[in-house]
Design a protein around this ligand. Structure first.
Ligand code: NOJ
Length: 567
């Protein structure tokens, strides 16, 4: 594939280790479980894995509370297991990137335990301490961002849970220690990092109050209840007003430049930012390699018009960089509702899931898939607060009762909507008990969705040519074999059509036309000077025959059809 780096042509697959595969039968996913499924991933046709945190952790935030940056959580295995996994990933021609949580550690990390041990401790300044509390800042996962420490009589700052104290990145010792950890895994051979919550690393040193008087429960309620794009924008603006001084401070770009310099000492590694801000590309060469197109994922519905606008905005911003930036598209992850649920309409969910995949695999940029989406896993609504494992859901429930005065049922609904448990349930490998995730009789860490018994599982779908899994495999194969879909330019056509998204992807060697009909009514490809006269079908769901030559102008595109033609 001409001139592209491996991470530009790769399709990434996110593994949430707790839920992916349980090798030792204790109800919790682990690294040996992942190793046993690497052939499955290679056959699926993905090129790279993003592994959510595998580090030792009290698991208060499912591993995003790291207690040791150079180890493996005993629940997940050993360092040797990690090395074996990395080796076996590479043997299969795939790559592995891991999570890097720079903003905060666990409150059980030895750094924090030392820092909290006395005001005079040499690591005191590794975290952010103040008297007061210093201001009215909030934690995005709770109440005040300041937690009182009885032992030393001061408050420490935490943007997320109080179990995740923020590091003080203005202290050079913090950077040195963290960069050592970064090198540790790069030296071992990992192919890069996904940078967690990268915008949260620094805060405004003047620490101005937001003075809105709002609580996070209220902010989250507004977000969940927003019905229109305007409501959603208003809720986001309010959110930004409250948290503006706690995120995206200018110094983070200097840090990213230093990190990039470090990573560039190694061959061929990648930095992917958990942010949608184009500013994190720097000049296109000196900060992150790519960042997620979250605005696409946050569209209320996938509509032709919404996607076109999104592409127009993102691609023109990326093209404006000194060195053109490379996009990265995703529709789901461990923090978001499952794609199948989120973009389904209750009637045409399977067809819409196929369109969603068709979209991320044919837009310009690196696609990230989330484990389980290939079999159409859906959100699980836990019906009892005692089943929740995501502390955010539990906090939301309690805050809704306490701060918003909601009755139990309404509070539960808010918790269901805001909790991330729903998209983190165990991978459904078969129709067996516990979906084949862990042995029957063992209680998995989160319930397995009961629909594993109704065909939403790997084993059943592997045997069916018409299954969603077979479609994923076919489309991943087609993408890999189509240079235009991987590296081609993107040219939108039929720019006013509300339902039909049509675009060309072209490299010097190949031109592809992609048409996605997001509506339940047939649509027509309109004659256009840029529309090629004819194309050969590479894939057309649900009814086209591969290889057929089609005259394109005036062609009818069936409801929910994905059509990919080669010129
Ligand atoms: C973003 C991660 O994706 C999320 O799961 C986590 O809770 C926060 N960052 C804090 O690390």
């Amino acid at each position: 594939m001409t001139g592209l780096q491996w991470w530009q042509s790769a399709v990434f697959y996110q593994i949430y280790p707790r839920s992916f595969a349980d090798g030792n039968g204790d109800g919790i996913g682990d690294l040996p479980g992942i190793i046993a499924r690497l052939d499955y991933l290679a056959d699926l046709g993905i090129d790279a894995i993003w592994l959510s945190p595998h580090y030792p952790s009290p698991q208060f935030d499912c591993g995003y509370d790291v207690a040791d940056y150079s180890g493996v959580d005993p629940e997940y295995g050993t360092l040797d297991d990690f090395k074996q996994m990395l080796d076996e990933v590479h043997q299969r021609g795939m790559r592995l990137i891991i999570d890097l949580v720079l903003n905060h550690t666990s409150d059980q990390h030895s750094w924090f335990l030392e820092s909290a041990s006395s005001r005079e401790n040499p690591k005191r300044d590794w975290y952010i301490w103040g008297d007061g509390p210093p201001n009215d800042w909030l934690s995005t996962f709770g109440d005040s961002a300041w937690e009182y420490d009885e032992g030393t009589g001061q408050y420490y700052y935490h943007y997320f849970f109080k179990e995740q104290p923020d590091l003080n990145w203005r202290n050079p010792e913090v950077k040195a220690a963290m960069f050592d950890a970064v090198r540790f895994w790069l030296d071992m051979g990992v192919d890069g990092y996904r940078l967690d919550a990268i915008g949260t690393v620094y805060e405004d040193p003047a620490m101005p109050a937001h003075n809105t008087g709002l609580t996070v429960a209220e902010l989250r309620r507004r977000k969940e209840e927003a019905k229109t794009d305007a409501d959603r924008r208003a809720a986001r603006e309010l959110w930004d007003q409250v948290f503006g001084c706690q995120v995206n401070q200018p110094e983070v770009h200097d840090l990213m430049k230093e990190l990039r310099t470090l990573v560039d000492e190694y061959d061929d590694r990648v930095l992917v930012g958990e942010t949608s801000l184009i500013g994190f590309y720097g000049d296109g060469t000196d900060e992150l390699h790519t960042v997620f197109n979250f605005p696409l994922m946050r569209l209320e519905r996938l509509t032709a018009a919404g996607i076109r606008d999104n592409q127009q905005e993102r691609l023109s911003a990326l093209n404006a960089l000194a060195r053109v930036g490379w996009p990265c598209n995703t529709l789901g992850n461990h923090d978001a509702p499952r794609t199948f649920s989120r973009f389904g309409d209750g009637e045409n969910d399977d067809a819409l899931a196929r369109l969603s995949l068709g979209l991320v695999l044919t837009l310009r940029g690196t696609p990230f898939l989330y484990n389980g989406e290939e079999i159409g896993m859906i959100d699980l609504s836990l019906d009892d607060i005692s089943q929740f494992r995501d502390e955010l859901g539990i906090w939301l429930y309690n805050a809704a009762r306490r701060d918003l005065g909601l009755p139990a049922e309404a509070a539960l609904q808010l918790a269901i909507d805001g909790s991330r448990d729903r998209c983190r349930t165990p991978m459904q490998w078969s129709a067996d008990a516990n979906g084949g995730f862990c042995p029957s009789g063992v209680r998995p860490w989160l319930p397995v969705h009961p629909n594993h018994a109704d065909g939403v599982n790997v084993a059943d779908q592997l045997n069916h040519a018409g299954s969603l899994l077979s479609y994923y495999r076919a489309l991943l194969k087609l993408r890999r074999e189509s240079p235009a879909l991987v590296g081609g330019d993107y040219t939108p056509l039929q720019s006013d059509d509300p339902d039909l998204l049509v675009f060309l992807r072209a490299t010097p060697e190949q031109t592809c036309l992609v048409a996605l009909n997001f509506s339940g009514s047939a649509a027509v490809l309109e004659p256009d000077a840029a529309l090629p006269a004819a194309g050969r079908v590479l894939m057309g769901t649900p009814h086209r025959r591969e290889g057929d030559e089609l005259a394109l102008a005036g062609l009818t595109i069936a409801p929910f059809e994905l059509l990919i033609c080669e010129m």
